[in-house]
Each structure stands twice: as structure tokens, then as C-alpha cells.
Design a protein around this ligand. Structure first.
Ligand code: SF4
Length: 242
């Protein structure tokens, strides 16, 4: 197998429930890939982003990834979430084809910086453009190209909101895509350091932000947006692999 067709895998785990966004609560196996073209100030997945951890990312052939997913699910097809890092960096087309032929479904979450033609083979594309608090700047053209690449695949926008600036930004970006469902979630301001996934979460602070965001959306009459917590953080804090 050539290196070019291998996927850099940071971790594969599950089944657990999807903790956020449109598929919240759904039993899922996660394939987290290594490497990201962004470096958000509050990234909660640095172990899959920082090149310091690169030697822990295992290059895997698509069929080996599917074999690992099938082992975890007991061979029963379920939703597979492709996350990262930015999974759009990886050659995931063959994996999606292989898994779908076996009855598995695939959702992919990306910030929308790299459009790929195989987005059209997914079951769901979750575009999560990063707001100003991340310290990153939006490539509007790339985001639009991602929406186009997905074609008829169900595509949703999921935006993390830390403050008023992020909120207004989210309104502006989502207004450009009136046909796409919008999911908002308060940001985790106490993300785990990469070497310490047991680090405490400020759940009270998260709850306050969730109430603020709920109030902001309803007062604003933004009735198309859905506000959700991160369910896995409520249940397990910053722990990984759950
Ligand atoms: S895009 Fe996601 S994975 Fe990449 S640095 Fe930002 S939060 Fe982390």
C-alpha cells in the first residue's frame, strides 16, 4: 500500500454517542485523523493537531481502518464519524466507499478549509467554520467550495460560540447559506491539555454560557438556529475515547 493512500489515524474509538451537533445522541464510532491546517486558540484535540504528536499518528490502509471499526461495532453497521484534526486533509474517499458497501454511514466534520470531491459520498457533512475567538480567519471561498463539493449530501453548519463577537460572526456566516441547518454550541473554555485528558472542565461556566447563548438566540428571534451543549463533556468532562 503506498503512503499516499494511507490515512494518518490518531485514534479510533467507540461505540459511544455523538456528543454534539445534528447527530447528537446517536451511537457512533469515531475515527480521528491526525494533522490540521488550523491551530485554534481553544482547540480541544491538540493530540490530533500538534506535530509534536505526529509519531503517535498511525498510517493505516482503508481496509485496516474499516476492520478496526467493524471490530468495535461487533460487525454491525452504524454511524462512523470522521473527525480530527482536519479529516479533509486525508485520503478518505476509499474508506467511505468501502464502509458504505458494508452498510456503514459516514459523517465528516471539518472547518471547511479544504473541499474534496469525495464529500459527495458522505451521508452528512458538518461544516464547522471557526469564529474570531479561535484566532483563525475564514476562507469564505473554500467554505463555499465545500458546500458545492457535497452536492446533494445533507450539509449542516455547526459553530462554536464563546462571546458576542463570535455570535454576530455566526449570524453573518450562516445568513450566506439560508438552506443549511445551523447548530450553535458554547465553547469549552477549559479544553484538555494534550497530555492530560482528565483535566477538569468548568461545567458551571459552560452552563452559564449555554444559558447566555440560549437567551441571545431567543431574544434575537433567530428561530432557525438550534442551541446544543456538548453532551460528552457533560457526561465525561475532558476525557478522551468516550
Ligand atoms: S480546526 Fe479543529 S482540530 Fe483544527 S485546530 Fe481548530 S479546533 Fe483544533
Amino acid at each position: 500500500m503506498s503512503g499516499n493512500s494511507e490515512i494518518r489515524v490518531a485514534e479510533i474509538f467507540g461505540p459511544t454517542i455523538q456528543g454534539e451537533g445534528a447527530l447528537i445522541g446517536l451511537p457512533t464510532v469515531f475515527v480521528r485523523t491526525g494533522g490540521c491546517d488550523y491551530r485554534c486558540s481553544w482547540c480541544d484535540s491538540l493530540h490530533a493537531v500538534d506535530s509534536e504528536y505526529r509519531d503517535r499518528w498511525k498510517p493505516m490502509a482503508s481496509h485496516d481502518v474499516m476492520a478496526a471499526v467493524a471490530r468495535l461495532s461487533g460487525g454491525r453497521p452504524l454511524m462512523v464519524s470522521l473527525s480530527g484534526g482536519n479529516p479533509a486533509i486525508q485520503p478518505l474517499g476509499p474508506l467511505i466507499g468501502l464502509g458504505r458497501a458494508q452498510g456503514y454511514r459516514f459523517a465528516l466534520e471539518t472547518q471547511g478549509s479544504i473541499p474534496r470531491d469525495w464529500f459527495a459520498d458522505l451521508d452528512m457533512l458538518v461544516l464547522s467554520p471557526k469564529p474570531p475567538s479561535s484566532g483563525m480567519s475564514l476562507d469564505s471561498g473554500a467554505l463555499a467550495d465545500c458546500v458545492t463539493a457535497a452536492g446533494n449530501v445533507e450539509t449542516v453548519l455547526k459553530i462554536v460560540v464563546f462571546d458576542e463577537t463570535d455570535y454576530l460572526w455566526a449570524k453573518d456566516i450562516t445568513a450566506r447559506y439560508p438552506g443549511l441547518p445551523v447548530y450553535l454550541q458554547p465553547g469549552n473554555h477549559t479544553p484538555p491539555p494534550p497530555e492530560d485528558d482528565s483535566a477538569e472542565v468548568d461545567q458551571d461556566g459552560l452552563d452559564r454560557r449555554l444559558r447566555w447563548l440560549t437567551d441571545r438566540v431567543t431574544r434575537d428571534g433567530w428561530f432557525e438556529a438550534r442551541v446544543l451543549p456538548q453532551l460528552h463533556v457533560m457526561l465525561w468532562g475532558n476525557r478522551r475515547g468516550v
